[in-house]
Design a protein around this ligand. Structure first.
Ligand code: ADP
Ligand code: ZN
Length: 530
């Protein structure tokens, strides 16, 4: 099945031009489409905006029968179907938002061969009724969108996706194309295994988004820092600001509005109508800043988003890549900006400790967070780091990220690390106590706060031994020790404990190189292209 039947490619090209109105294929689209049209299975990794949809829509139109697209993005199905219909493609969807009559109608169209493309929510495939429906019609191709959802190792696992292995068992002759915008080597292997894509050809596009300038800055006054970014470099630009909680979404949106920025909130707690209206304004008006939880953005195709800002640490590099990838889909210079601080690390570790699920689940979450922290603390090219995470190599430093533009200054933090870790050790050893970073820093700085007096912590030998650094510098040390795995956070109060590796530092068998915090949050340079 390696070579397509003669004419397949020109037929695909004809559809591209006639139906979609584009002149030429992009990147590997043509090869992928030819391969699938000829009946081959494919696993496609392509960044957001790369043009994945055509890779299954065109085979669906060229091959006889109905292309079935499995997608978890139920909220977008109506829009996707409307967009296809506007092009004259006969499209429909089946998901839980429909009433019985609507579903019956779509089913009838499917059986009558009156559809080219049928979108299907994954949970429908758990139902034997759906399976037998597919049996009675003719399926031309199965497309599995957001295929990383099948991988437990990934960052967005959805149990319903596990049922998708049944597609191959029940319809071995129907080609399948699995698509995703994020997958590490491990996730890719898991996708192939779980979907039984052993014979699939892999198409892996470059994940580099050269027009996006990546910047990660220490968080000190996040709202003010964000405002500086917007006023200084992105005044009047469309942007997305991601926050972890609904409350901070509201808070930040209010703050921006009060400072003259056209900002709107978006989170799952808002009324559906408000959400839809805000999304519509973001898409249609110029220069709207959407302040949102990560509920926002999946499948949103707005080409001129000039910046994506994170005020809280993403839970994984995959999430970070996906969210920042919403910037600059038009290829013009854009900014991905993240402010991150010690509190982020403490909070996320606590969330992992308190999360439901088994140890294996917590280990996965921890591994994802550790990778994200390593990216934040990277001293070399951010883009190279990011791509390396997805198994791709950048031949040389990019010249368009904060660490390339302003190489971080490092310093020998071995002694500082020893002091901090000794304080943790003394508290545990002599007092059977555990504390958070704030108390330990107060001890090192020799501050006689009420809490220090109350616990007699001014009697510890480590009291006042760390006055060579300020509190902010100590927090940066702690943050980096956490990222390096030389210190760990525990329990609901975010207390600090030593790790196995801490011993190497305390025993002077390991030096600790730390990055110096810039005096002011790094402004790499004025926005590129402006
Ligand atoms: P993805 O699903 O990979 O994020 P899409 O399929 O939504 O990307 O495509 C991104 C944008 O690029 C869409 O607006 C799409 O119409 C456009 N596009 C895709 N392929 C082509 C092409 N060959 N020529 C021109 N535009 C294209
Ligand atoms: Zn770089």
């Amino acid at each position: 099945t390696e070579n397509s039947e003669p004419g397949a490619s020109s037929e695909a090209l004809g559809v591209l031009r006639r139906v979609f109105g584009y002149d030429a294929f992009r990147g590997e689209q043509e090869e992928i489409i030819e391969h699938v049209v000829a009946g081959g299975d494919a696993l496609v990794l392509m960044p957001t905006g790369g043009g994945k949809s055509l890779c299954y829509q065109i085979p669906a139109l060229v091959r006889p029968g109905v292309g079935v697209v499995v997608s978890p993005l139920i909220a977008l199905m109506q829009d996707q179907v409307d967009a296809l219909r506007a092009l004259g493609v006969r499209a429909g969807f089946l998901n839980s938002t429909q009433d019985l009559d609507e579903r019956r109608m779509v089913e009838a169209e499917f059986l009558a061969g009156e559809l080219d493309v049928l979108y299907l929510a994954p949970e429908r495939l758990r139902l034997e009724s759906t399976m037998s429906l597919l049996d009675r019609g003719k399926v031309s191709v199965f497309a599995i969108d957001e295929a990383h959802c099948v991988a437990q190792w990934g960052h967005d696992f959805r149990p319903d996706y596990l049922t998708l292995s049944a597609l191959h068992e029940r319809w071995p002759d129907v080609p399948r194309i699995a698509l995703t915008a994020t997958a590490t080597e491990a996730t890719r292997k898991e996708i192939a295994a779980r979907l039984q894509l052993g014979d699939a050809r892999h198409f892996v596009a470059s994940f580099d988004r050269p027009n996006i300038q990546y910047r990660i800055v220490p968080k000190n006054d996040p709202k003010k820092q964000l405002l500086e970014l917007i006023h200084g470099e992105h005044a009047g630009d469309a942007g997305v600001v991601y926050c972890l909680s609904r409350k901070s979404v509201e808070d930040v949106a209010d703050f921006l509005v009060a400072h003259g920025v056209a900002a709107l909130p978006y989170h799952a707690g808002l009324d559906a109508r408000v959400r839809a209206a805000n999304q519509a304004r973001f898409l249609r008006e110029d220069g709207v800043v959407m302040v949102a939880t990560i509920a926002f953005g999946m499948g949103i195709d707005k080409p001129d988003v000039r910046f994506v800002a994170h005020l809280d640490l993403p839970k994984s590099v995959e999430g970070y890549y996906q969210e920042t990838g919403r910037a600059g889909r038009d290829g013009l210079p854009s900014t991905a900006w993240l402010a991150y601080g010690l509190q982020d690390v403490v909070q996320q570790r606590k969330m992992i400790d308190g999360s439901e699920g088994d140890d294996a689940h917590r280990r996965r979450l921890t591994a994802h967070l550790d990778a994200m922290l390593a990216l934040c603390e990277a001293v070399e090219c951010r883009r190279a780091r990011l791509l390396a995470y997805f198994g791709q190599r950048l031949p040389e430093p990019c010249g368009n990220c904060d660490t390339c533009l302003t190489p971080p200054v490092t310093w020998d933090g071995t002694i500082a690390a020893q002091k901090f870790l000794s304080a943790v050790y003394r508290l545990a050893r002599e007092r059977r106590q555990k504390f958070g970073a704030g108390q330990i820093i107060d001890i090192l700085l020799g501050k006689r706060t009420a809490k220090v007096i109350q616990h007699d912590h001014d009697q510890l030998t480590v009291f006042g031994i760390g006055t060579e650094l300020g509190a902010a510098e100590w927090r940066a040390v702690v943050r980096q020790l956490l990222a390096l795995g030389l210190l760990a956070v525990e329990g609901e109060y975010g207390t600090l404990v030593l790790t196995e590796a801490s011993g190497e530092v305390l025993g002077r068998r390991r030096d600790v190189l730390l990055r110096r915090e810039p005096e002011k949050p790094s402004r790499a340079r004025s926005a590129p292209g402006k």
